[in-house]
Design a protein around this ligand. Structure first.
Ligand code: NAP
Length: 259
């Protein structure tokens, strides 16, 4: 059995804890500044409510506070980790906070896994980028991946690429939501009820993405397979190209990265 401690059970911390709770072998320790939030989560997913030091006794200690709050949490955490005679792994989800910075806050020899999850974690379809410090053993990494597998797809990445990658996986849900909403608007303009149009647009995006991931075909090939000569789909593709769709999607990722 693995013990997973969550310090900060806000939006992302609670989504990851809920995914961890699906694995029977995981024991959860939940801590949050406002205890009521951790208690409410505990009521839904199980586990035990504790304080930050209690959660830091876990095998994997998840930091779910905002990046600017890390210096509030890490001094007491550093002490607890230093007292332990086994190496707990700290898992940080904090945006733009490097492994080097985390080790500065937590201690040079602390094993750190830096993750960058996205919002579909909440439904078990997340994309979780991760990078490990040199202290994280292969075994510790494997146990972490197994314990969290219900959160979605884990993709190892060199830490230097994590910010660029997060501009697709982290910001992408908002870009895709815009596309879904716009397609549904088109459907409404053609007479479809709003709820139906949204369902069709969302399920089409989800299914198309799954098809590409499962059969490994290039998206251009999949697009070509839908566009029959002289047909309707190619007219829609023409309209998207005329509206600068591809350029807009590229610029969205680059604008997020530049920010
Ligand atoms: N949301 C996302 O889509 C997303 C995606 C990728 C990464 N992240 C990262 O995930 C982290 C959390 O983001 P979020 O969106 O989940 O924020 P959030 O909803 O504001 O959650 C932060 C939680 O931390 C708690 N907290 C603050 N100070 C604390 C302390 N000293 N001890 C214990 N708990 C404390 C807060 O408690 P209170 O209830 O008392 O305020 C709150 O519940 C951030 O580092 C962010 O960069 C988020």
């Amino acid at each position: 059995m693995l013990t997973l401690g969550f310090i900060g059970t806000g939006n992302m911390g609670s989504a990851l804890a809920a995914a961890a709770a699906k694995q029977r072998d995981n024991r959860l320790l939940l801590a949050n500044r406002s205890r009521a939030k951790a208690e409410a989560l505990c009521g839904k997913i199980g586990g035990e409510v504790t304080d930050n030091c209690g959660a830091a006794q876990a095998d994997y200690v998840f930091l779910g506070v905002k990046p600017q709050m890390l210096p509030d949490v890490t001094p007491e955490l550093r002490e607890v980790l230093a007292r332990q005679n086994r190496a707990a792994v700290v898992v940080s989800m904090a945006a733009v906070t490097s492994i080097a910075r985390l080790k500065e806050l937590l201690g040079a020899d602390v094993p750190v896994i830096r993750i960058m999850p996205n919002t579909p974690v909440a439904v078990g379809e997340g994309l979780i980028l991760y990078a490990c410090s040199g202290e994280v053993t292969e075994e510790a990494q494997q146990r972490f991946l197994e314990a969290m597998s219900a959160a979605g797809r884990f993709v190892w990445i060199e830490e230097r690429l994590i910010d660029a990658a997060a501009c697709i996986s982290g910001c992408g849900p908002a870009f895709v939501d815009l596309f879904i909403e716009a397609m549904a608007d088109g459907g409404v303009a053609c007479g479809l009820p709003r709820a139906l149009a949204l369902e069709l647009a969302a399920a089409t995006v989800s299914g198309s993405a799954k098809l590409m991931l499962e059969n490994g075909k290039h998206p251009a090939q999949l697009k070509d397979e839908v566009c029959s000569p002289g047909g309707t789909t190619i007219q829609g593709v023409r309209a998207l190209e005329k509206g600068g769709f591809r350029s807009a999607a590229m610029e969205a990722v680059i604008a997020a990265f530049n920010k």
